[in-house]
Design a protein around this ligand. Structure first.
Ligand SMILES: Cc1cc2nc3c(=O)[nH]c(=O)nc-3n(C[C@H](O)[C@H](O)[C@H](O)COP(=O)(O)OP(=O)(O)OC[C@H]3O[C@@H](n4cnc5c(N)ncnc54)[C@H](O)[C@@H]3O)c2cc1C
Length: 434
């Protein structure tokens, strides 16, 4: 690890990405004898697990995002830069920005992942994915506009197409979106329209695997499926999407091919590591896995480059030599704290053992009082799982104010069945594309 020759010049740690991994590393470096620069192309930390609630009008964007400057305001050794990293100049120890450069002694890259359309990039516009605030408000717009268009339409077939929502991918995000859509159409909107019956909405959850929530134990997948069905969601497993157009989606189930008229397809099927991973691999010779994640060593640094760490969704870390860690928040946060510890120890001339992941389990919510939780030592479903889900999500939301606001909003939504953030924002949607 490069050291500043002059001890009065602090060691420069640059963290690219202020998500779960980057922010956790920055916080763990509080008070350390280093100069931390946290750079992100957004000025906020985003709590992605609740994005689906913004997409379905339950929460407002500001409830799940916290300005990075505010979060780190008391951390005197840390500065926050609004900047986009476009390359890493490994030879000269600097991060190349779209508008400048920042030098580092130690670099932590935590730029996460983005949607992956498995080579069908043309689907991105037709079937938006959920990763950013902009994605969430765009999806919210698409969902609400579909109901508006159905209300204006008189042709029953066209109404049916507007009221058909197809969600591709039954991982936690797809399941959460499908459940929330079920609640919107059965409860939230049921008195708001005059011509259409919103509970006629058809919600299809399509999954290529043989069950929903494939990483969960089969019994919890089965429970999740039953809860979805109770909300009016049709689950199609072992089904592959073969085509998406503005007016239909085509599915293949075994030898059966079906084209379903729909105006709203949402993508929750795959992620690919941030492009910075490939750039780093080109510069350092590090290996990439098929999702573009950078294969890191036991201490999360790049082989041959002890001063460069890659963490979170961008990293491929073989846990105990086995499968890579999943792209969820816990590994990212634990990796961030671990790397901070490595840096602090190295500066004192000490070493730290390899990274060890402490698995806290997996959770997904389906709707009101309906969730599944695999906490490794206990498996829960229904209300108990939902309460655990609620508590854990509240605990991890950054900033006390947001925690309180989300709690109040949830309590209000629970008792009123309302979702008050049902705003159609963005470009003027009129005339509706009927
Ligand atoms: C819809 C959704 C639901 C999820 N639900 C759950 C859940 O319920 N439980 C769970 O544990 N996990 C969940 N996850 C996964 C979890 O959010 C990720 O695993 C976690 O965010 C990964 O952290 P990270 O720090 O690697 O990346 P991120 O949190 O994605 O942070 C990456 C940061 O890097 C910034 N960035 C990217 N590129 C650049 C660049 N070139 N220059 C500057 N900045 C850049 C981004 O703006 C972002 O702030 C969900 C994810 C999504 C999208």
């Amino acid at each position: 690890m490069a050291q500043s020759l002059n001890p009065s010049i602090p060691h420069r740690v640059v963290i690219v990405g202020g998500g779960f991994g980057g922010l956790s590393a920055a916080r763990a470096l509080k008070g350390a004898p280093v100069e931390v620069t946290l750079l992100d192309r957004c000025n906020y930390h985003l709590f992605q697990p609740l994005l689906y609630q913004v997409a379905t009008g339950a929460l407002s964007p500001a409830n799940i995002a916290a300005p990075l400057r505010r979060v780190l305001r008391h951390q005197k050794n840390t500065r926050v830069l609004l900047a986009e990293a476009v390359d890493i100049d490994v030879a000269n120890g600097c991060v190349v920005l779209s508008d400048g450069k920042v030098g580092y002694d130690t670099l932590i890259v935590a730029t996460g992942a983005r949607h992956h359309y498995f080579g069908k990039d043309q689907w991105e516009e037709l079937a938006p994915g959920l990763k950013t605030i902009e994605d969430a408000t765009h999806i919210r717009r698409r969902i609400l506009l579909a109901f508006e268009a159905a209300e204006r339409e008189s042709d029953p077939e066209k109404i049916r197409a507007w009221l058909t929502f197809v969600i591709v991918g039954a991982g936690p995000t797809g399941v959460e979106l499908a459940g929330a859509l079920g609640e919107i159409s059965n409860d939230t909107l049921k008195d708001d329209f005059r011509r259409i019956n919103t509970s006629d909405a058809r919600i299809l959850l399509v999954e290529v695997a043989d069950r929903v929530l494939p990483p969960f134990p089969p019994r919890l997948s089965q429970r999740a499926r039953s809860m979805l069905v109770r909300l009016g969601v049709t689950v199609r497993t072992d089904a592959v999407v073969t085509d998406i157009t503005p007016e239909a989606v085509t599915l293949r189930e075994g030898s059966l091919v079906e084209t379903i008229p729909t105006r709203t397809v949402l993508w929750a099927a795959g992620v690919q590591a941030s492009p910075l991973g490939r750039m780093l691999a080109n510069k350092t010779g590090a290996a990439l896995d098929p999702s573009g994640r950078v294969v890191v060593g036991p201490d999360l640094s790049l082989p041959g480059y002890p001063e460069i760490f890659v963490i979170g969704d961008l990293a491929h870390f073989s846990h105990r030599g086995g499968r890579p860690l999943p792209g969820i928040a816990q590994p990212a946060m634990q990796e961030g704290s671990y790397v901070a510890k490595v840096i602090k120890h190295r500066l004192r001339g000490k070493s730290v053992g390899p990274f060890h992941y402490f698995d806290l389990g997996n959770m997904a919510t389906i709707g009101r009082a309906a969730a599944v939780a695999d906490l490794r030592w206990v498996r829960l479903s229904g209300l108990p799982a939902w309460l655990v889900w609620l508590f854990i999500h509240l605990m991890y939301i950054v900033e006390f104010q947001n925690r309180l606001l989300v709690l109040l909003q949830w309590a209000w939504n629970y008792y009123t069945f309302n979702r008050s953030a049902r705003l159609i924002t963005g470009k003027n949607p009129l005339p509706l594309n009927l």
